[in-house]
Design a protein around this ligand. Sequence first.
Ligand code: TYD
Ligand code: MG
Length: 454
Amino acid sequence: MAKSRVVYVCQDCGSEQTKWAGQCPDCGAWNTLSQFVEAGAARGLGGARRGGYAGAVAELQTLDQIDLAEVPRFSTGYSEFDRVLGGGVVPGSVNLVGGQPGAGKSTLLLQVMCALSQQMETLYVTGEESLQQVALRAHRLGLPTDKLKMLAETSVESILATAAKLAPRVMVIDSVQVVHCEDVPSAPGGVAQVRESAAQFTRFAKAGGAAMFLVGHVTKDGTLAGPKVLEHIIDCSIMLEDEGDSRFRSLRAGKNRFGAVNELGVFAMTDRGMREVRNPSAIFLSRGADISPGSVVMVVWEGTRPLLVEIQALVDESMGSNPRRVAVGVDQNRLSMLLAVLHRHGGLQLGDQDVFANVVGGIKVAETSADLALLLAIVSSYRDRSIDAGLVSFGEVGLSGEIRPVPSGGERLLEAAKHGFRRAIVPAANVPRKPVEGMDVVGVSSLAQALDAL
Ligand code: TYD
Ligand code: MG
């Protein structure tokens, strides 16, 4: 029998070390290495090193010989959820659903599972809540409760034995942090337990074709506690994020072997459970009739669709010697960079002003297409003049004050026109050849031109 091997795994970055150390040599975190005993089977090239290759010779195929049958998928019943998964649930896939406690992971999955249970065999394993709690919630939400099989169990061996007998097509483990494998000595929730449990669930999913949803809690700073080490095992990692205090929740794919990443689905937590929001632009745009200075609507690209969001800036005389630069929802460094560009190429000196920038609705914008709208918002706030409510903007701003095009300009403009915007200030290269109906599109190629157009 192969010897088992002891490794030390960092709880933060998941790297493996052969020796214990106080500080992880890879990510530099302190006191994060913990012991992990790896079973010896199938490890290394022991046989090869001894000269003979003992295994059977497998048959090889070139890519074009592989059957390209469409990945069969089924719908969760929620188009926003399907979209994030890449178009529905793939049988045999392992999906990690992460989020802070209270985000609504259990509620959403319970709703999905109750609906799916009407068409196929389903199993919901709850390790955190009692069966009564789950039943009470399902009852209160008015979900169909007669077909979904429930199991309150935390032993992985027992869960899989039960599942093997039932052969469900979809299965939820709520959560992966409370289950434990008998042959792993450490406590549930630790790296070793989480990793081994997930590996066993994955093996089960791949062998039997059951789609698996593993619930994982994340810590305050947004990283998956422990399950960071899972990312290479699972097929799809989706996060359910709270948008601050609001009742809106966004579902986002961080990794997806079957679809696009950064796809966004929007839900609202209501007293009747999670409701999907089919037209998110409408909620992020709930502006009143009078628009105050410093507010501009921009079109950002989320996964495979455009989204209209309001960006606000507040420029105010600074009281301290160090003016403040606060960015919420956009990158702080980008804000500083834009202020420098505004100074050099727009002639606007904001060195003695505090500047605050905020993306409304708690959305986080990672793309550079927000640059131009942010600049316009800053100028609007500084001059204390509101921007026309019917105006949208997007575009990247370069260091020499040039306005650069962004991908999918045409679709962004169409989305804005659909929501009744009549004017757009966009990069010159993004102006479509065919005019957009009902919209006056102004193409600009430099900061000066943009400020003129305003
Ligand atoms: P839950 O699904 O238990 O969160 P998670 O599994 O991610 O920890 O959601 C719990 C929160 O949602 C809780 O704070 C109450 C709220 N909630 C509602 O507002 N309406 C509802 O219909 C339900 C079921 C929960
Ligand atoms: Mg829960």
